[in-house]
Design a protein around this ligand. Structure first.
Ligand code: ZN
Length: 265
């Protein structure tokens, strides 16, 4: 039986529950609730939750689990002429989701921003015969080995036509965003870049639940990477984190602001 951490959604290989608890939640970038570690199963999640869909554009859907499960992030189904991409992942892969994704053409490739969203990506890969692309610098956070996982290295990786993964680091060493060239360009950022509630500015953190910031030098390096690519839209990990125009300028201005707040008087 596969065990799934109820706090972060990470799935662990069949057999014994990890003796030390969930390694992802024991890390300072996540947390163990005061009530203690809790495990669940994929079947229990599917029995108590369902996935809701939002269509952002004719070729762009997001999928989120309701009522919220674990971290509560959304995954995106990006439809390109070369095939569909699942960007980031959610733990609940229920029968309805399988049927709907299949009807939309399946999944050609899965790509992840960082380990908090790896969840049950191995099951999504099995269901749609899709390779999984994660950055090699986060290799140690893969809790369930799988033959479909491909580790990419360096600062960028041309995954498919018009689709590129870019490593920004920050929250995780291999923290990645997805650049889609279509129209004026879109950047899918997970929470490697955190879109603020007004969808008009960003933040940059090392640990969100524990509210630990990133050093100024790291944010400056992230901004330099971002500056190399053209994009107008940005989509974050949570519902409402959608920027429809001016996203690049918002990203660069926000980085500058953040760095100025870290500076000494
Ligand atoms: Zn966990």
């Amino acid at each position: 039986m596969i065990h799934v951490c109820a706090t972060c959604g990470t799935s662990y290989a069949s057999g014994a529950i990890p003796p030390g608890g969930c390694a992802i939640c024991n890390d300072e970038r996540q947390y163990v609730p005061p009530t203690g570690q809790r495990w669940t199963t994929r079947e229990a999640i599917a029995a108590r939750h369902l996935n809701s869909w939002r269509q952002h554009a004719p070729d762009l859907f997001s999928i989120v689990t309701t009522p919220r499960f674990a971290i509560g992030q959304r995954a995106f189904l990006i439809m390109t002429p070369a095939g569909n991409i699942l960007w980031d992942c959610i733990a609940n892969l229920d029968a309805a989701t399988r049927t709907l994704v299949e009807a939309l053409g399946g999944i050609r490739a899965i790509a992840l921003s960082h380990p908090h969203y790896y969840t049950t990506m191995q099951d999504w890969s099995d269901a749609f015969s899709a390779p999984i692309f994660v950055h090699a610098d986060d290799r140690r956070w893969l809790m369930r080995n799988h033959g479909a996982v491909r580790f990419w290295e360096g600062d960028s990786f041309d995954m498919m036509p018009a689709i590129r993964l870019i490593r920004l680091g920050g929250h995780f060493p291999g923290g990645a965003v997805l650049h889609w060239e279509k129209d004026n360009g879109s950047l899918f950022v997970g929470d490697i870049l955190q879109i603020a509630p007004g969808a008009d500015r960003l933040s940059f953190m090392w640990s969100y639940p524990n509210m630990l910031p990133l050093p100024a030098s790291v944010v400056a390096a992230m901004a330099r990477q971002i500056d190399r690519y053209g994009f107008d839209r940005m989509f974050g990990a949570f519902e409402g984190q959608d920027i429809w125009s001016g996203a690049k300028s918002i990203a660069l201005t926000s980085a500058k602001k953040y760095i100025s707040h870290l500076a000494e008087d």
